[in-house]
Structure formats: structure tokens, C-alpha cells
Design a protein around this ligand. Sequence first.
Ligand code: NAG
Ligand code: ZN
Length: 428
Amino acid sequence: MSAPTTTISSLPYELLVAIAVAGQENRVTESDWGIGSTTSKSEWTLSQVSHRFRDVIVGAPALWTLIETDFISEGSVEILKLYFQRSRASKLSVILLEPSEAKDGLLRERVTEIILPQVHRIQRLKIVWDLDQEMLGPFRDVAVPHLEHLEIVYRGDEVAVRAPVAMFWSGASRLTFLKIVRSTLQLSPQPSWMASITHLELLGDYDPDIYLAAVTAQCPSLTRLHLDITYVPPDANRFHIPTLKFLYISIQDNERADYLSHIVALFDAPALAELILNGSHGDQVAFLLCLKSLPQSSFPVLTSISFICTGSCSCETEPGFPYHPLSPPPVIFPALSHLILINQCHAYSLIKDIFGPASHPWPPLKTITLGAKDNSNGSFEGLGAALEDAVKSKRQRGEPVPEVQLFRVVSSLEDWDENSPVDVERSW
Ligand SMILES: *[C@@H]1O[C@H](CO)[C@@H](O)[C@H](O)[C@H]1NC(C)=O
Ligand SMILES: [Zn+2]
């Protein structure tokens, strides 16, 4: 007697669809969601397996909700219409890519005729544009009642002058995530149109002084903010963001020791719990942690700071970047208990000052995480030895010892964030 066999064609419909939907799921959660050619997508492949399969797949609206188009390549308009039809009334994730060449007026026309009638069901939208704003224009006065996630990415010429982007001025009442890369936003005359945003990313080059203040002022519920800051004038406006819990700032390389402090001092974020500074140098870290006051900012509940340097620098070997010792605990961060230093220059000196045998006690400090490259100044082994000494002497003196972790930085740090996995090599 032969055992009953299960083949794909004997699976129940619901299971087939569930499997296919599961296969799509990480396409929306990945940061580069969706980008790829239409014909390589699973719903196409699956719909060609067999007749029965085809009917099941085509009849499952959930499988036709990830839409991507450049409006121009062959068949794209037909494919687009097919997705809109097969997805029935489901919510959609849509990626619009501006083609490198298009006849004048064609994009405006296609967006208006094909996308706008469906815009009310779009939940996630990413627009990648590069030439002019022909593709964006039709969206200006539109309302998007279901839009939760919006990304606007400019990928064109570095020096091209681009006008601010104006979108969805009639309301995006569910929008919680907004990411704008290398573009700026023109604010709606209706001040509450961005009121539901909790997560905002402003990346690329822009003038933070006027723009950032105006945008953040329109987001009264903001809890997470990611920024690139390339330049700040000395008398810059400050940003008061009472709801902010998480702040990630990428700083353009700057040699002045007080530059990092200057940027942190721009923010008045009394609810901030976690701060990540990308692009810092050890002498700037020491300067910041030494400050005796920040006249107009306070960080009473800030518990975690990460200092990251993604590249390599010669601060430790070149004259002109003197390191000034610091003495804990840091007055301006009274609750700081998790300190993360990744690929920082002067790491050896920082560790000795913060935590070494001669350092002052810093009772709130609970964890120190240190990531270093093999070839870093002070070397991985050197840092390990310094930490070892520090822990020993703390124990001997009966002082509380924070949890210490040391890991080797191997991969590129460009995308490092607080969730990146680390391979801890030594811990105390
Ligand atoms: C960190 O800074 C580097 C260098 O400026 C940059 O290339 C990288 O994209 C930044 N990472 C993030 C997540 O902002
Ligand atoms: Zn440096």
C-alpha cells in the first residue's frame, strides 16, 4: 500500500493562497520594498503553474496588492490595470518610479488617469523621481485617507535645483511614517495635514535651519526622527519636540571639537530616551560629555547614546585634534545608563576617562558596548586590556561594575542602527 502523497495541486485553496501571501510578506517590510522587475514576482510565477493554480492565484486579491510601475516600459500600463482589478478593494502598496525619459505630459496624464482613481486605497507609497516633478504634480491637492507610509526619494543629479515637493494637501489623516530623501517638502496651507506622523526621516542635503523647524512644528505626535545634518549656522533655530523619544542624526564630517555639542544643543527634547549620533569623533564625544550645561535643552530621561563613526579618520595621529580628558558623570545627561561607542577614534582615552581605574564613579551607568576595528588606533587587544583593568579595579574598590561588551567591527557601518546584530567577543 502506498502512502498518501501530497502534491501542490492537492492542497486546499486557502493554504495555497496563504503560502503565496507569506512569500510576499518580506517584500513590504524590507527597506527597499518591492523594487524589482514585475515578471520575476511570485504572483506571476505562481499563476503559471497550472490552470487550477492560476484560478486560485488570480482570484486572491491579497496577492495583487504590491504594485510597482514606471508607466513607460512595455506593457506597464496593462499590468498596472490588471493589478488594480485583481486586488479588488484591498489596500495597496505602490511604488512609482520616474522613467529616465518620457514624452512631455505623458506621466502627468498616466498618474491622473490610472493612479488617482485608486489613490484612496493606497496604504504605502514610495515615489522615486529624478527629472522634473511631472509625476508628483497630480498628487498635490489630493486626499489619501488610508495612506500610512510615504517615501519620496530624489535620485537625480546632485546639483540640479529642485523645487519642494507638494503632496496630499487635502489630508493624509492616517500617515504615520514619512521619509524624504534628497528632496524637501512644501508644507500644506492646512497646518494639520501631517499631524498623525510619528516617524519622520529627512535625509540628504537641505537647510535644516528653516526647514527642519517648520516641519517638526507640524508634527505634534513625533516620536522617532532620523536626520542628516550637513551644516548648521552658528545662530540656528532650535527645535522643541516634546514628544520625541528616539533621535538618529548623521553628521557631515566636521573637525571642530565643539561641533557635535553644537548639534545636540539644537534640540530641546525632554522626553528623548535614545540618541544615536553617526559621524562623531572621540574628541567631540569627550567635549559633549564634559559640558556643564546646555542653556536651553534638557535631556532628563535620556538613557542611551550611541556614538558611531562609519569611516576611518586620523584624529589620533595628526596634530591639531587634541583630546581633552573628560570626567564623569556627564552633567547634561543625568540618566545616561547605556553608552555605545562604535569605531570611535580616541576610544582608548574615552574608556580610561569614563571607566578606568582613576575615573570618578558614574553610578547610573549600566552598560558599555564597544565596537572596534582590528586595525583601530589603540587596537582591539589594547581596548580589551583597558576594559579588563577597569573592571578589575572597580571590583577591588567595591564599586558597581557596568556590564561591558566588546565586539569586533567587521562589516560596513553605513546602515548601523540600534537593532544591528553584534558578535560580542569579550564581555565582563
Ligand atoms: C552614517 O554616516 C555615513 C557617513 O556620513 C553615511 O554614509 C551613512 O549613510 C550614515 N548612516 C545612516 C543610517 O544614516
Ligand atoms: Zn576621528
